[in-house]
Design a binder for this molecule. Structure first.
Ligand code: FAD
Length: 504
């Protein structure tokens, strides 16, 4: 057996977008002494420049790196995000929020939605589920204050994420990475040298002829997937039959209404459009399937739909749903768009970057790569992708919309068995596959199932114990209590102006 050594590992990161600099900052700050980091990025190629909505997990990434929240928010012109509003998804005219929080009080022996489903099946006149979640109500009222974990009760039943300027996040991380010792090189990688015998990557060559050697190569080259895709030829698993959107037009505008502490995903005839309010502007984009609408029509539809004065012309982006079969092959780990992409409906890409970085740090190799570390890394990434994939497909499949060829396609398409099983479990008794950690735990699935009109046929038998009258009364008092608590919280914009005023 070969001896495992722990020499300092020379890490070469190709790409300086969000993925590249998240990796660069994390490795230099969390593995100092174990590795050196050299990051190569090409200004001529540039970055994808979108990716403004995040998930709550990003807070733990920032905390681990010692990033102060108010400073980070000021530097990236961030706003708080309490969830995502879905408009017109189940049916035109519907609206619900997928909150980063629970429904009800969040502490009962059984989940609140079992009571709610029972009462709904009994034909009781109930408030919308949104009004029975502190996070949703706070979001709808455009108010914000941090969760009060210490006090318990309603104000501790939620988490939050950020909406930030994608073009400011990577430079901010770059400053942290360089402070911690990362070395940045501006230049274009034009050649990749591999070891003839092992196939491992030995070096990359830049356009000016410089050859950069390394032990571990991190491919953050975006959709090009320069190392994993182009050089190592790792196959791409195409999921576009389930997630047919393949383009987006993006266009920022002035914010002329409230700075909402949530992202909106508004269904459109051939996809959906995002609305992401930042401190200084609102990000907008129409994500669509090119089989169902032309680029020109999509751009026009976006321009007509946005609320404020446009700040730039619509910009076209192309993508395909799916991922490389393995993200870590030989001595190359792909992170970010180089490893795969699932459309931005639930703001999962930056989360996937973060999970890959976390897994890489936990399984960080010595100069000799260990196959078991690689396999474990790939297993972790598979689980993340599969769960997110099913969750995204659910949004399209759980609809009664039949007003356009796109909606007819997604409503009637075959879905993965793994999602079919989840739906069956839900329909029978309102049960949700138990994920103990990671992304999209119970409340997320419940929000989408109920928000898109799939009321379960049954519920947890323990929800039968209480009398109907008492339950209806409890639901109404809960709504009043939530409304009263929320009314005491400050306006979101006013809170931001105090907490993290914009920096020049
Ligand atoms: P990129 O930003 O493309 O960076 C690639 C880097 O590689 C660049 O620095 C480039 O110069 C460099 N490079 C490439 N080739 C070479 C070469 N030969 N030599 C040297 N350097 C090279 N994510 C979210 O989490 N939330 C969202 O709301 C969200 N919205 C999105 C909307 C759309 C329409 C799209 C397409 C994506 C969205 N994403 C979102 C995804 C998000 O933008 C990306 O995950 C994130 O920006 C990371 O991108 P990246 O760093 O992998 O790639």
């Amino acid at each position: 057996m070969t001896k495992v050594t722990n020499d300092v590992v020379r890490v070469v990161i190709v790409g300086g977008g969000t993925a590249g600099w998240m990796a660069g900052a994390a490795l230099t700050r969390l593995l100092s002494g174990q590795c050196t980091v050299r990051l190569i990025e090409s200004e001529a190629i540039g970055v994808v420049g979108v990716g403004e909505a995040t998930l709550p997990h990003i807070r733990s990434f920032n905390e681990r790196l010692g990033i102060p929240e108010a400073e980070f928010m000021a530097r990236t012109r961030a706003t708080f995000k309490l969830g995502i509003e879905f408009r017109d998804w189940g049916r035109i005219g519907d609206s619900y929020i997928h909150p980063f929080g629970t429904f009800g009080r969040g502490a009962g022996a059984i989940d609140f939605h079992h009571y709610w489903s029972r009462l709904a099946r009994e034909g009781q006149d109930l408030p919308p589920l949104d009004q029975l979640s502190y996070a949703c109500t706070l979001a709808r009222e455009a108010r914000f204050e941090h969760p009060d974990q210490g006090r318990g009760g309603l104000t501790s039943t939620f988490g939050y994420a950020y909406q930030f300027d994608a073009l400011l996040f990577a430079p901010y991380l770059r400053s942290l990475a360089e402070e911690a010792g990362a070395v940045r090189t501006e230049g274009m990688v034009v050649d990749v040298e591999r070891d003839g015998e092992s196939g491992l990557i030995r070096s990359v060559t830049l356009a000016d002829g410089e050859r950069v050697e390394g032990d571990l190569f991190i491919d953050c080259s975006g959709f090009r997937s320069l190392l994993l895709g182009q050089t190592l030829d790792e196959p791409f698993e195409d999921w576009s039959k389930w997630l047919p959107t393949d383009r987006a037009v993006a266009m920022p505008c002035r914010t002329e209404t409230a700075v909402t502490p949530y992202t909106s995903a508004i269904a459109m005839p051939a996809g959906w459009r995002w609305r992401i309010p930042l401190q200084h502007r609102t990000g907008n984009g129409y994500v669509y399937a090119s089989d169902f609408i032309s680029n020109g029509d999509a751009a026009r539809a976006l321009e007509e739909a946005v609320e404020g004065e446009k700040l730039a012309e619509p910009r076209l982006l192309r993508f395909k749903a799916g991922r490389r079969r393995r993200s870590w092959v030989g001595n190359c780990v792909a992170i970010g768009l180089a490893s795969g992409f699932l459309e931005p409906l639930e703001s999962t890409s930056i989360y996937l970057v973060q999970q890959a970085i976390t897994a890489l740090i936990e399984l960080f190799p010595g100069r000799q790569m260990d196959a078991s570390d690689r396999d474990e890394f790939n297993r972790v990434i598979d689980l993340e992708y599969d769960r997110i994939r099913d969750f995204l497909i659910l949004h399209y499949h759980a609809t009664s919309r039949d007003d356009s060829p796109f909606w007819n396609y997604v409503r009637t398409m075959a879905i993965p068995d793994s999602l079919d099983e989840k739906l069956e479990l839900w329909r029978r008794r309102g049960r949700v596959v138990k994920y103990r950690e990671g992304v999209f735990l119970d409340a997320s699935w419940i929000a989408v199932y109920l928000g898109q009109g799939i009321l379960p046929e049954g519920w947890d038998p323990r929800a039968d114990v209480a009398g109907t009258g008492d339950l209806v009364q409890a639901v109404r008092s809960l709504r009043s209590e939530i409304a009263a608590e929320v009314a005491r919280r400050p306006d979101h914009r006013a809170f931001l102006e105090r907490y993290c005023p914009m920096v020049a």
